[in-house]
Design a protein around this ligand. Structure first.
Ligand SMILES: *Cc1c(COP(=O)(O)O)cnc(C)c1O
Length: 372
């Protein structure tokens, strides 16, 4: 079976469909190669690298149409490090989390084990669904996740309200690691929108970025507890304002990120980027709905992510076997999220991925399923 060789005419132009690290555009890689001698291997405290950080910070401000008072911060360690930084520097006493998959639950667990914080309120939802946060007077920080990468569920980025419709007092943190740059968002609805560059931003991992409101900056400045310097957002803020990071960043990651942000901005900004993912989602979910053996895992259409699709297969088809034959044909990383334990494939539809390639992927799956 693994000898099945998909006809070249059916194959996508690029076989990378993984959710992170994800497809990096060849144009960006070429631009990096062209600049390599004057950029790679140079000091991150000098103009050459700081200019790239500046391009990233300004470009993100433009991409998200950040209102007055919002700033772009960055630091090393990826989103996972940012969770720890938020645990020290953003949550004052008590947070509320909507946990509807592996990633949203992980941040909640970081907070649960922090001795300096009250136990958080965790609102859970079954994998494949979402839940709503609820404004409460004892909560100072709400933790949402724009796109739950483990299940392919997207949630609206909106300030929580209480039962009489009043907006929450606390700050709203949004893990947008896999959603930022591929999903629409309204900055007035968040205080911190944080992410990493290896998903929609078609770069490499190891960095975190955060779009922060004035209220979030005030929170960082006010929170005065001992914090490991690496996780101290005050230090990160000072460095970000100088277009630097606290310690040495990966220069290639920054460069590829700047290229992607500028590619988005030059073509129409977030509307352009999100519309590419929208088109891919229409193709993939449309195919799954018409298919006799596949169906979207997420039942509510408006909770189906436009950047990460999860597609269930019926018992007659072994999804892992399909993923493995795809892999031998160079179509890779569509394996399901391991801990979810379902007979399914997970497919990234980030803006760098061509919708025509998503279409080709469905053709490859149909071709294989007839033959397996
Ligand atoms: C990938 C991902 C993370 C982890 O990001 P790292 O940069 O690897 O720490 C966190 N949250 C979400 C929603 C993700 O998709």
């Amino acid at each position: 079976m693994s000898e099945l060789s998909i006809p070249p005419g059916l194959l996508p132009s690029d076989g990378r469909f993984g959710c992170g690290p994800s497809k990096v555009r060849q144009d960006a890689v070429r631009a990096l190669a062209d600049r390599a001698v004057s950029y790679l291997g140079t000091s991150h405290r000098q103009a050459g690298v700081r200019d790239v950080v500046k391009r990233v910070r300004q470009g993100l401000g433009e991409l998200f149409l950040l209102p007055e008072g919002y700033e772009v911060m960055l630091g090393n360690g990826g989103t996972t490090a940012f969770w720890d930084a938020a645990t020290f520097c953003l949550i004052e006493h008590k947070s509320q989390h909507v946990a509807f998959g592996e990633f949203s639950s992980k941040f909640a667990r970081c907070v649960e084990s922090a001795p300096h914080l009250d136990s958080p309120i965790v609102i859970t939802a079954e994998p494949g669904t979402c839940a709503e946060p609820v404004a409460r007077t004892d909560i100072d920080t709400y933790a949402l996740t724009h796109n739950e990468t483990s299940t392919g569920v997207t949630m609206p980025v909106r300030r929580p309200v209480d039962s009489s419709g009043h907006a929450a007092e606390g700050i709203v943190l949004v893990d947008a690691t896999s959603g930022a740059g591929g999903l629409h968002v309204e900055p007035s609805e968040f205080d911190v929108y944080y992410f990493a560059p290896q998903k929609c931003f078609g770069s490499d991992g190891g960095l975190w970025l955060a779009l922060v409101s004035r209220a979030a900056i005030e929170r960082v400045e006010r929170t005065a507890r001992w914090t490991p310097p690496f996780l101290d957002l005050k230090i990160a803020l000072e460095n970000s304002r100088l277009d630097q990071t606290y310690n040495t960043p990966a220069l290639a990651t920054l460069f590829l990120l700047a290229e992607q942000v500028e590619w988005f901005n030059a073509n129409g900004g977030l509307d352009f980027a999100a519309s590419r993912s929208d088109r891919s989602a229409e193709i993939l979910y449309g195919w799954a709905e018409r298919s006799e053996f596949a169906s979207p895992f997420v039942t509510k259409p408006d909770e189906r992510s436009h950047v990460v699709a999860t597609i269930d297969f019926d018992k007659s088809v072994d999804a892992l076997a399909v993923a493995s034959v795809l892999r031998t044909n160079g179509v890779i990383d569509v394996e399901p999220y391991r801990k979810l334990g379902r007979n399914q494939l997970r497919v990234a539809m980030f803006p760098a991925i061509e919708s025509a390639d998503i279409e080709a992927l469905t053709g490859c799956i149909d071709w294989l399923v007839e033959r397996i």
